[in-house]
Design a protein around this ligand. Sequence first.
Ligand SMILES: [Cu+2]
Length: 117
Amino acid sequence: MIRALVVGFLAIALGAASALADPVETTVKIEKRKVVGERVIRVKQGDEVTIRFNTDEIVELHLHGYDIEQEAKPGSVATMRFNARATGRFPVTSHGFGGHSHGHRESALFYIEVHPK
Ligand SMILES: [Cu+2]
């Protein structure tokens, strides 16, 4: 009886811990300066997000709001990792393809939506 209770508590504790930080992994493919397929990635607040990039051209990526910059190149997989602590809709833009920087005169390649728990 007591043992069953302890096991029950453990299961709840482990469940709560994993609910706090669910790992979310996805791959974004960029071709001809556009994202192929889904242009919105939806995650839950607190998720540990890993985004891998496959690109046919060198590109400087910027996740606004979280302010993460990541260069991606053809022939290697670039990874962007963050904890989705802030909710909202955040654009990921290019700061230039082909090794040329264009500052912030860019439009969104895709969006990350972080939904409240
Ligand atoms: Cu930017």
